[in-house]
Design a protein around this ligand. Structure first.
Ligand SMILES: [Zn+2]
Length: 478
């Protein structure tokens, strides 16, 4: 059988996390709100109203364009895209057609084999979302809450080669969107939507064949499954001597299958023309500089720096840069700690991240500040508390918000390294357990662990286990 390769491009819609909608003062995010509660004459398309551009939309679009290495345009324009649908009360969508906010660009995608795929970006444009229709009780209902919600549409080149690459691209994009605080990027809530354009060709060919478009997928995993199915279907069709037609395919989440929705519309159907009610979006140097003033180091660059600067393994660097507040947390704690960064990374990845997962929060919401974490590790390093007390301190600080030192003091958690105190306890244990003493002396060395455990229990976890072991050995072997 011939060898095929897939050629995939993505059309992504990103819902910006602005407070208000793109052309009016209504609340932008209506997730969980009752239908038609965040609407006004502007976004519900009543006659005689005028849209007013929300500056925050331009600012977030510029941040995204910069992250995508796109050419940000000084002047961009809005257009009317005319079509008739019940969820579009104006009868047209305000979008950017031929003069969008940014052109070109790329995103670098690290692949599993260690190489980097450069995924081209054709253009980025700003637009308003449409509403939503649904069938209920045998009637067609319409919700305008989403009308006028700000979106950036971003189209990639046909540069992805497998369903896995599609999923990886979306994971990276989602990370970037959250990192830059542009979008919540939650696919399940429609904050990030992705339609896939899929075609196949014989490996080594450079032509682009007819493609199909996959729509209505609401998670990264589902898009991976949908693309995989579509590649397999196209190969079957071509092998059977059939040609691929430019269909639009609808993903059904319940059955996890694709079905034909319609044959594709052509561009001319929309009768675009310039939006007469909006001015040009003019991005002068001053405004652009203001927007980019706090432009942060991006996740991949920070990952490289963590490996080089702190000598962290790639695995650690990957996890610590998965989310911006976590990587900021690491750096602040590292400064406060001043010890081995890998030791700090272990505490953070094992114990602190377990807390984050259990409580479903992000690093920036922790009551254990980076300074407190550094303080706890230092208390363990100098033997003021033992490791298990140190770990329980994490939870106590998180619960109470008090400083580790304060808790150690108030609860008397400081480790007992004083040999006399430990000896007193150890002598009692030895005296009370003649049977085990005899077994130990008869050669059952492993019992030392049991004796240390008894001392730890008797001291309510405060004894220094190493000191206890030494004292016990001395008593048992005399
Ligand atoms: Zn409104």
């Amino acid at each position: 059988m011939a060898e095929y390769e897939a050629v995939i491009g993505l059309e992504t819609h990103i819902q910006l996390n602005t407070t208000t909608k793109i052309f009016c003062g209504c609340k932008a995010d209506s997730w969980g709100d009752p239908p038609n509660t965040n609407i006004c004459p502007v976004c519900s398309g009543l006659p005689g109203v005028l849209p007013v551009m929300n500056r925050a939309v331009v600012e977030k679009a510029v941040l995204l364009a910069k992250a995508m290495n796109s050419e940000i345009q000084t002047d961009s324009y809005f257009d009317r895209k005319n079509y008739f649908y019940p969820d579009l009360p104006k009868g047209y969508q305000i979008t950017q057609n031929d003069q969008p906010i940014a052109l070109g660009g790329y995103m670098e995608l690290p692949l599993k084999d260690g190489s980097v795929r450069r995924v081209g970006i054709t253009k980025l444009h700003m637009e308003e979302d449409a509403g939503k229709t649904k069938h209920e009780y045998g009637r067609r209902l319409v919700d305008f809450n989403r009308c006028g919600v700000p979106l950036v549409e971003m189209v990639t080149g046909p540069d992805l080669r497998s369903a896995d690459e599609v999923a990886d691209y979306l994971v990276r994009l989602r990370q970037l969107l959250r990192w830059l605080n542009i979008s919540e990027a939650d696919m399940e809530k429609g904050h990030l939507r992705a339609d896939g354009n899929v075609s196949i060709r014989l490996k080594g060919e450079t032509i682009l064949n007819e493609k199909t478009e996959i729509k209505n997928v609401n998670s990264i995993e589902s898009l991976r499954a949908a693309v995989e199915q579509e590649i397999a279907r196209q190969i079957r069709e071509v092998e059977a001597g059939n040609t691929i037609k430019a269909w639009t395919l609808d993903w059904d989440e319940d059955t996890q299958t694709l079905s034909k929705m319609r044959s594709k519309e052509t561009m001319a159907d929309y009768r675009y023309f310039k939006e007469p009610d909006l001015l040009v979006v003019h991005l002068d140097e001053e405004w652009k500089a203001e927007i980019l003033a706090d432009y942060p180091e991006l996740p991949l660059a920070r990952r490289e720096r963590f490996i080089a600067e702190y000598e962290l393994p790639e695995y650690d660097a990957d996890i610590l840069t998965s989310e911006r507040s976590l990587s900021d947390y690491f750096e602040t704690a590292n400064k406060a700690y001043g010890g081995d960064p890998k030791r700090l990374s272990n505490w953070l990845m094992n114990d602190v991240m377990r807390l984050l997962n259990d409580q479903g929060i992000e690093a920036k919401e922790l009551r254990i500040t980076p300074d407190y974490l550094a303080e706890i590790i230092k208390l363990v390093d100098v033997n003021t508390v033992n490791t298990s007390t140190g770990k329980s301190l994490l939870e106590k600080v998180q619960e109470s918000g008090k400083s580790p030192a304060e808790i150690v003091e108030a609860e008397g958690l400081a480790q007992v390294s004083d040999t006399d105190a430990i000896k007193e306890i150890a002598e009692k244990i030895v005296a009370d357990n003649p049977d085990n003493v005899e077994k130990y002396r008869g050669g059952k060395d492993s019992l030392i662990g049991w004796f240390v455990g008894q001392v730890m229990r008797e001291s309510r976890g405060k004894a220094d286990p190493n000191a206890a072991r030494e004292v016990l050995k001395e008593l048992l072997e005399r």
